[in-house]
Design a protein around this ligand. Structure first.
Ligand code: SF4
Length: 447
């Protein structure tokens, strides 16, 4: 948002009607200036003001979807240079490059590998997001067949058509247009034709240039041809180029509001040396790439890239949380132990993992403490005897089990007496101080 709160205020109805949820138009204007509210929340704004404010509040980096359906990935939309300034919004999509001149069996195997790449980490599903299909055969019929085969073998995965030959690209786009593939790529030589194909089939178009200067004229040209959803490849190949180009692009878009560079970036990190490729892809993920393309997806590499990406795209100001509820670990019966902990993701995953290791089916009550760990939540007054007692009463767990024994974390042993007073009829047992003591603790109780 380039306009100040006061400038925005001048364009609002100034009736203080509160329909937007703010007490005054000025309060709404101030929030809008910070990007913290949607312009649409004010129903009475004039069309003229809407146009002015709409343009001014358009995100500095365009946002759109890569692919369609459940596994579509949102790209672009970033608003800060550094994660600690606010947060990064749309995680870099990771794509596997597959050449169309492989055998059908090899194509299918690679596509299935992508489709099955999903893992779960701290409650989030992480996967290889897209397949880039490279036009290596120089045979448009083969390319089209390869694209169809891959599309059916990985039915929900986003597709990048890595093909600069317009006639082959057109056939392939038409074959999978409903999947909203990203067409890569438009160069100075084929810009008009590629833009025409992208426009006719309503798919995003990636431009590829040699350097940032060349990129600017190319994106301006593609936009003038009517394509709005653009991805940019500056031709960066080395780690140094990726950092330099991507930083220059992001700085121009965010700090100077330079529209021709206000699009998501794609980097190709393809290398024969898999370790080097992983390092290069890491640089791209860390430094502003919206899509990074790699040539192999060994599990070790996926794990490293997924973890890096997840950490970078986690909001640094909000602790990761899991839902407050009574979780089943294994197949607990009404006689199984009941434990309680807080809803900090890491705490939940460590505790539930150790309960699982014990092989003792259990109930795990996870209480909303705004994502704080046990000791921090206790110190902050969010994991107190009164609040725990209320949660246990409200949770309905008393209808699921026939005993009234609650195991609390050893770190808050101090709560046991007060809790027994507040939870009438319940027996409070103090569990181990550290989660890794849970298997021995639980097994000894059932022995
Ligand atoms: Fe002002 Fe519009 Fe909010 Fe009403 S809805 S208070 S007119 S900004």
């Amino acid at each position: 948002m380039a306009l100040s709160g006061v400038e925005i205020f001048k364009l609002l109805p100034k009736t203080n009607c509160k329909k937007c949820g703010f007490p005054t138009c000025l309060a709404f204007a101030m929030k809008l200036a910070q990007g913290g509210v949607d312009l649409e929340k004010c129903p009475d704004i004039s069309e003229e003001s809407k146009k002015v404010l709409g343009e001014a509040s358009a995100p500095p980096i365009r946002t759109f979807a890569l692919g369609a359906g459940e596994k579509a990935v949102k790209i672009g939309g970033e608003t800060v240079m550094f994660r600690h300034d606010k947060k990064f919004f749309n995680p870099c999509a990771i794509a596997l490059n597959i050449k169309d001149n492989l055998s059908d069996a090899e194509l299918k195997k690679a596509a299935v590998e992508v489709a099955n790449s999903e893992i779960e980490r701290i409650g989030q599903k992480l996967r290889i997001d897209a397949i880039s299909i490279e036009y290596a055969s120089n045979d448009s019929a083969r390319y089209e067949a390869a694209v169809k085969l891959i599309a059916s073998a990985a039915p929900d995965t986003a597709i990048i058509l890595n093909c600069k030959e317009p006639s082959a690209a057109e056939k392939a786009v038409k074959a999978v247009a409903d999947r909203k593939p990203l067409l890569y790529g438009a160069t100075n030589d084929n810009a008009e034709t590629m833009a025409g194909i992208a426009k006719a089939n309503k798919v995003p178009l990636s431009v590829c240039a040699q350097g940032v200067e060349a990129l600017i004229s190319l994106t301006e040209k593609i936009k003038s041809l009517g394509v709005e959803d653009i991805v940019m490849d500056s031709g960066a190949k080395t780690a140094k180029e990726i950092i330099e180009h991507n930083t220059q692009i992001r700085r121009s878009a965010l700090r100077k509001g330079f529209k021709p560079l206000g699009y998501p970036v794609i980097n190709f990190a393809l290398r024969d040396d898999s370790t080097f490729e992983a390092a290069l892809a890491s640089v791209a993920i860390a430094k502003y790439a919206s899509i990074v393309v790699i040539s192999s997806i060994a599990k070790w590499k996926n794990l490293a890239l997924f973890t890096l990406r997840q950490n970078i795209y986690t909001d640094p100001q909000v602790p990761m949380q899991v839902e407050q509820k009574i979780y089943k670990i294994g197949e607990p019966t009404d006689d199984s132990p009941l434990l309680i902990t807080t809803n900090f993701s890491l705490t939940y995953f460590i505790v539930s993992g150790e309960v699982e290791n014990s092989k003792v089916p259990s109930w795990l009550a996870v209480m909303d403490c705004e994502g704080l760990s046990v000791l921090t939540a206790w110190a902050a007054g969010k994991f107190t005897s009164a609040k725990i007692a209320q949660f246990i009463k409200d949770s309905g767990v008393e209808g699921q089990i026939k005993h009234k024994n609650l195991i609390i974390p050893g770190q808050v042993a101090i709560l046991s007496g007060a809790l027994e007073e507040k939870l009438e009829g319940w027996k409070i047992t103090v569990g181990p101080r550290e989660a890794n003591g849970l298997p021995t603790f639980l097994k000894s109780r059932t022995a």
